[in-house]
Write a new protein. Structure first.
Length: 153
């Protein structure tokens, strides 16, 4: 009976170690679900489903502390593109629509966002964020304003 009790203790200890390793792996190496949802939502075409998915992404990210807004209804009212871009932190100027650019970047309105998209369509993708200064209307002042909010990939 003593040998059987010893074996049970070893099995329990081994199971505990395996569980701890699995939990540690999930905590440090599995990507956050809110980010994956936001990426899926931003690529969907339907505005109704986008609003529903945007609400889900906003509520998940708000509960995890990624968004700091006043209420979930304000996040949905502000539109999906801005909530999705806030989740990721930076807006990819090679893939963002004019609406995403104007909603997500300070100092960029509808006219400048349209020019960015037009420049991208004519000249191909941006290879560095500094290249956005080639767009008519975006100088050093606006570039410094949006530098931390944009990325290229």
């Amino acid at each position: 009976m003593d040998e059987e009790s010893r074996q049970k203790r070893i099995l329990i200890l081994l199971a505990s170690v395996v569980c701890a390793v699995m939990i540690g792996y999930n905590a440090f190496y599995v990507p956050d679900a809110a980010i994956a949802w936001a990426q899926n939502v931003s690529s969907s075409g339907s505005s109704r489903s986008a609003a529903v998915e945007g609400n889900r992404a906003a509520s998940v990210s708000a509960s995890s502390g990624l968004l700091q807004s006043k209420s979930p209804s304000e996040k949905v009212a502000s539109g999906l593109p801005s909530s999705a871009s806030q989740i990721r932190g930076k807006i990819n100027i090679n893939t963002a629509s004019a609406e995403e650019l104007s909603n997500g970047l300070d100092g960029i309105g509808d006219v400048l966002s349209g020019r960015i998209v037009e420049y991208r369509e004519k000249n191909g993708p941006f290879y560095s964020i500094e290249e956005i200064k080639n767009v008519s209307g975006i100088g050093d002042k606006i570039f410094e304003q949006i530098r931390g909010s944009i990325t290229v990939s």
